[in-house]
Design a binder for this molecule. Structure first.
Ligand code: NAI
Length: 414
């Protein structure tokens, strides 16, 4: 990762850009809703996550934080957090995956009351390691699509014995973070790290969910010729009606110049597609795990593998075609050499929703084990805070409008 130099506090320049979290921290410092509570945060340890962690701490929590991926650990952020009272970091830059695994277990051994996860890594670990248990865990708040799917799979398996708030599935998260945050940060990263223009190039986006739609829409907006691949017929029609070409990956593989996988699934780009790729194709992923592109299979097929520069690996195939993979197939917007993750304005509302979800677990009504939607009142609270911060005012319903909307005999009203 490219070294960045900040003033002493690496979070300083983002504090003004996270007004929702600042408001929650100020209110939390008065009410201390988390007093006596230990919250474990597992996410990309970069500056916005740092502000979220401080917000929890300001609201009274003891915070134990760790990373999802060694590649997205910012050393200056970890050092800053670790030096703060009430915060302990269980991660360091450059650590191996095995070390991170051990750090997760060490953190969980401290018996956190609430988990705030990205990808449900810590939650899954509680059930995977025999020495750990969910005794005393009040619940979990999950930030991303893949983590919610995982928690649902645990529930379907009859394993999940704590409540989980699907924060990803609340509008104030996926309408903005998944669509705009990932769309803009992924493409920015690709353009900066490869020093190429997307205008006039054929960009293939695998998956047309919230993330894929954001990537494809923004790629087209800057002049790319966009192709979408899908497995869900409704999403495929949506992509078609939005003006993208929809193709099976076998065909898309032959025309694409840049491929962005955004499915949350595995082996979306694999051997049969590698056989069809054009010389010079670039592959990258924005889905949660580095399994969407079968990179090990590509490496096995390749006659030569070379680190072209940081974050770009070139695979030269036996027939001479050169295929570049960005960030080793990991999240390109979070682990690429220039990655700064999502813009602060987006993470402000995502982490705001995570904060309210965690607070609800601690001070709200007890909830049954299973995956729960974040209550709509909390989602609207975040939206109001965000509008206030933007200085945007909106209308409210008049009494008459309210009555009209709620009635079925509408002629009596107007
Ligand atoms: P989603 O569920 O809305 O969309 C995924 C889409 O992929 C679905 O439409 C599904 O039908 C499609 N799909 C599944 N398997 C496929 C295959 N083999 N080929 C083509 N399409 C396939 O999920 P969302 O919210 O768009 O998230 C996608 C991934 O991105 C998840 O792993 C999520 O955790 C991750 N994510 C990453 C972020 C980042 O910063 N990089 C931010 C937010 C989410």
């Amino acid at each position: 990762m490219v070294e960045r130099h900040h003033a002493e506090d690496p979070l300083a320049r983002l504090r003004d850009r996270t007004p929702v979290l600042r408001t929650l921290a100020e209110a939390g410092a008065e009410d201390l809703p988390f007093e006596g509570t230990t919250v474990a945060v597992s996410s990309h340890l970069e500056p916005k996550t740092g502000i979220f962690i401080e917000t929890l701490r300001d609201a009274g929590a003891e915070v134990l934080c760790t990373a999802n991926d060694p590649g997205s650990v910012h050393g200056d952020v970890v050092a800053h957090l670790d030096a703060e009272p009430g915060i302990t970091a269980f991660a360091e830059p450059g650590m191996s995956v095995a070390d991170l695994d051990r750090a997760h277990v060490e953190l969980l051994d401290r018996g956190p009351d609430v988990l705030a996860t990205d990808g449900a890594e810590l939650l899954a670990k509680l059930y995977a390691e025999p020495e750990l248990s969910t005794d005393g865990v009040i619940g979990c708040t999950e930030q991303t699509t893949s983590g919610v799917s995982r928690a649902r799979a645990m529930a379907a398996d009859g394993v999940l014995d704590v409540p989980v708030f699907a924060v990803n599935h609340t509008p104030m998260k996926h309408w903005f973070d998944n669509v705009h945050g990932t769309g803009e940060s992924a493409l920015t990263n690709v353009m900066i790290s490869t020093n190429t223009i997307l205008s006039g190039r054929t960009v293939v986006v695998a998956g047309y969910g919230y993330v894929g739609r954001g990537v494809a829409t923004k790629a087209r907006a800057i002049g790319a010729d966009t192709v979408v691949t899908e497995v869900d017929p409704r999403k495929a029609i949506r992509a078609h009606m939005d003006g993208h070409r929809v193709l099976p990956m076998d065909e898309a593989a032959e025309v694409g110049e840049l491929f962005v996988t955004a499915t949350g699934n595995c082996r979306v780009l694999r051997g049969r597609h590698f056989e069809r790729l054009r010389d010079g194709a670039t592959l990258c992923n924005v889905g949660h795990r580095d399994v969407e592109i079968a990179v090990p299979e590509l490496a096995e097929t390749a006659a030569e593998v070379a680190e072209l520069e940081e974050g770009i690996t070139r695979y030269t195939l036996p027939d001479g075609r050169e295929i570049d993979v960005l960030a080793e197939g990991k999240l390109v917007n979070l682990t690429g050499p220039y990655s700064q993750g999502h813009p602060a304005a987006v993470m402000d509302s995502t982490f705001g929703a995570m904060f309210l979800a965690a607070r609800e677990l601690v001070v709200g009504a007890e909830r049954d084990p299973g995956v729960h939607q974040l209550p709509e009142r909390l989602d609207k609270d975040i939206a109001r805070l965000k509008l206030d911060a933007l200085g945007v005012e909106i209308d409210s319903l008049t009494d008459l409008q309210q009555r009209y909307r709620d009635a079925w005999r509408r002629d009596d009203i107007v």
